[in-house]
Design a protein around this ligand. Structure first.
Ligand code: ADP
Ligand code: MG
Length: 343
């Protein structure tokens, strides 16, 4: 299938307590597309397996039901394609294409926030497919209730059917995933190294893979066996966020504002409504994590706030993160977006 990665299959997906509900829903859908859970929306933080599961459905249906038309598209591609179709006066082509699929898989629907016209088009696509009992599966980086600037009627469509979440994997699942990934590689990695990675790389599966890839590359390029000491020294930078010098508070504010569907000036002004206070605290926390600015300097970037306000915000976020794993995931994602924004 032209749009699907061949290795994103159910066989390669390790099921743990963190993803069993979503994975089994995906399996059920792949067996009975259009009837089981329709539509289905899988949500969760970055690197937790949303794309892998979504494409597994695609690969499975594509292999098992040759007569069914499977389309996988990211929300961004869908949007770009729609805009291009308007510019080329070919919206009829676009409509025909998407209203004649049997299984429509749309990845990262949070991208539709603020895309009013694309939302409108998707709404009609959704209705056409839904009425024809065609399968739709979506992924999203947060629960639908937390999406901003999505039309009420489209939101209610996403909430229809089944919404399931992916959580970060536990130690046991991280260990099982590493084992599975190593199985496919012609290399020996001692058990204590696998345990070490599973203990220390706790964020998500993408980071687990990155740690493994680095060790394997090291073994290949430096021609040495992987030992626990090598693992410790090679992976130490992955456990702490190293401060990049090119990160600005302006960029952090932009990323955070985008994520919460507010403006950058909301973060800088004196407003104290809940919708802006929490994002502002998160932005301050990230500024402290990723830059060398003092709390006084950070305060200046947020509308001349006192450094004690900044310190309070940071403590608040830290204590919330300890009790709320989803906040942890959200912040990890925002940090990644900021870091990527400087490349
Ligand atoms: P997301 O779309 O949620 O950001 P991805 O689906 O891209 O995450 O997953 C990140 C990486 O981790 C991919 O290479 C994927 O194959 C792998 N991965 C995620 N979850 C699992 C799992 N349960 N078993 C095996 N590999 C996984
Ligand atoms: Mg993805």
């Amino acid at each position: 299938h032209p749009q699907l990665r061949r290795d994103y299959t159910f066989e390669n997906f390790v099921i743990g307590e963190n993803n069993a509900f979503a994975a089994n829903a995906a399996l059920a859908i792949a067996k009975n597309p259009g009837t089981a859970y329709n539509p289905c929306l899988i949500y969760g933080g970055v690197g937790l397996g949303k794309t892998h599961l979504l494409q597994s459905i695609g690969n499975s249906v594509y292999g098992e039901f040759q007569n069914l038309k499977v389309v996988y598209v990211t929300a961004e591609e869908f949007t770009n394609e729609f805009i291009a179709s308007i510019q080329n006066k070919e919206t009829h082509k676009f409509k025909t294409k998407y209203r004649n699929v049997d299984v429509l898989l749309i990845d990262d629907i949070h991208f539709f926030m603020n895309k009013t016209e694309t939302q409108e088009e998707l709404f009609h696509t959704f209705n056409a497919l839904y009425d024809a009992n065609k399968q739709m599966v979506f992924t999203c980086d947060r629960p639908v209730s937390e999406l901003k600037n999505i039309s009420h009627r489209l939101r209610s469509r996403f909430e229809r059917g089944l919404n399931v979440d992916l959580q970060p994997p536990s130690f046991e699942t991280r260990y099982a995933i590493l084992k599975k990934k190593i199985e496919q590689k012609p290399i020996h990695i001692p058990d204590e190294v696998i345990t070490f990675i599973a203990e220390h790389v706790t964020t998500n599966v993408r980071d687990l893979e990155a740690a493994l890839t680095k060790l394997i590359a090291y073994a290949e390029l430096v021609h040495r066996d992987i030992t626990i000491d090598i693992a410790k020294s090679q992976l130490k930078d992955m456990f702490t966020t190293t401060k990049q010098t090119n990160i600005t508070i302006d960029l952090i504010q932009k990323v955070v504002a985008d994520y919460f569907g507010i403006t950058q000036s909301d973060l800088r002004n004196k407003k104290r409504t809940r919708t802006v206070v929490f994002p502002r605290q998160i932005a301050m926390y990230i500024a402290r994590e990723l830059t060398e600015y003092s709390t006084t300097e950070i305060g200046e970037y947020f509308g001349g706030r006192d450094h004690t306000t900044v310190m309070y915000a940071i403590q608040k976020i830290e204590s919330k993160m300890r009790t709320d794993p989803t906040l942890d995931t959200i912040i990890a994602q925002l940090i990644r977006e900021v870091q990527e924004g400087t490349k």
